[in-house]
Design a protein around this ligand. Structure first.
Ligand SMILES: [Mg+2]
Length: 216
C-alpha cells in the first residue's frame, strides 16, 4: 500500500497559519493591502510559477514603509521555527494507523519557506518521503511507482484538497484511488468531479475508506 498526502489544507491548517503570518506584519505597522501587494517576488521562476520568498517580501515592504526590517525578519524566522501547532488534530491518529514506509507527503510549491513550514511542523519523521515540487503531483506518483517498481495491483491512494491535482493523477494512473479532502478549515472549496473516487471531510473518514479496501 502507498498513501500520498497533500500538506496544505490537508495535514496543515494553512488558513490559520496565513492569518497568523499576516498578523506579524500587521504588528510591524504593515496593512493587509501592502502585505499582499509585496507578497510575491518580482522575479519569476523559469516555469513562470510565483514563488514566495520572505526576505524579498520584507525588502520590498521596507521600500514602501518605514519599518525595522531586521526586527520583522527576526519575528518571521521565529514564527516559522515551529509550525507544529498548525497540524490538524486528526493527523496523529491517522499516521499511527499506517506504516511509515507507505506514507508520502506530496506538496506543491518548492520554496525554502514551504520546506521550513513542512519540516518544522515535526511530522516528517512519520513519512517515508517528503516530496515538494512545482509541477503537477502525478510526477511524484510516477517517480515512486518507477523507483519502487510498484505493481499495477498495489493499493495506492492519493489525498488532496485540489481537484486539479486529483484529476491529473486519476487520468494518468486510473488504478489509484483518489480522495478529495474537503475540510471546513480549508481555503478552497473544490467540487468533486468524476476523477475523485471519494470525498471526505477529515482524515478519520479517509482512514475508514482505506481500511475498508484493505479488509479491516
Ligand atoms: Mg492542499
Amino acid at each position: 500500500m502507498k498513501i500520498f498526502i497533500d500538506f496544505d489544507d490537508v495535514l496543515f491548517n494553512t488558513k490559520k497559519f496565513r492569518t497568523d503570518y499576516l498578523n506579524i506584519f500587521k504588528k510591524h505597522g504593515i496593512s493587509k493591502k501592502v502585505f499582499e501587494v509585496c507578497y510575491y517576488s518580482a522575479v519569476k521562476s523559469k516555469k513562470n510559477i510565483r514563488q514566495y520568498n520572505p526576505v524579498k517580501h520584507i525588502e520590498r515592504l521596507t521600500k514602501l514603509n518605514n519599518i525595522n526590517p531586521v526586527a520583522l525578519q527576526k519575528d518571521v524566522i521565529n514564527f516559522v521555527k515551529d509550525t507544529s501547532k498548525y497540524i490538524f488534530n486528526d493527523v496523529g491518529i491517522f499516521l499511527e494507523r499506517f506504516k511509515k514506509r507507505d506514507l508520502i507527503i506530496a506538496s506543491f510549491s518548492e520554496t525554502d519557506f514551504q520546506k521550513a513550514k513542512i519540516v518544522n511542523s515535526g511530522i516528517t519523521k512519520n513519512f517515508h518521503k517528503v516530496e515538494i515540487i512545482n509541477e503537477l503531483k502525478s510526477r511524484i506518483v510516477g517517480n515512486l511507482i518507477k523507483s519502487e517498481k510498484l505493481l499495477a495491483d498495489t493499493d495506492v491512494y492519493f489525498i488532496d484538497d485540489r481537484v486539479e491535482q486529483l484529476a491529473d493523477v486519476k487520468q494518468k494512473f486510473p488504478q489509484i484511488k483518489t480522495i478529495l479532502l474537503k475540510r471546513k478549515e480549508g481555503r478552497y472549496n473544490d467540487r468533486k468531479n468524476k476523477y475523485c473516487d471519494f470525498v471526505c471531510h477529515n482524515l478519520e473518514q479517509a482512514e475508514k475508506i482505506i481500511l475498508k479496501f484493505n479488509g479491516k
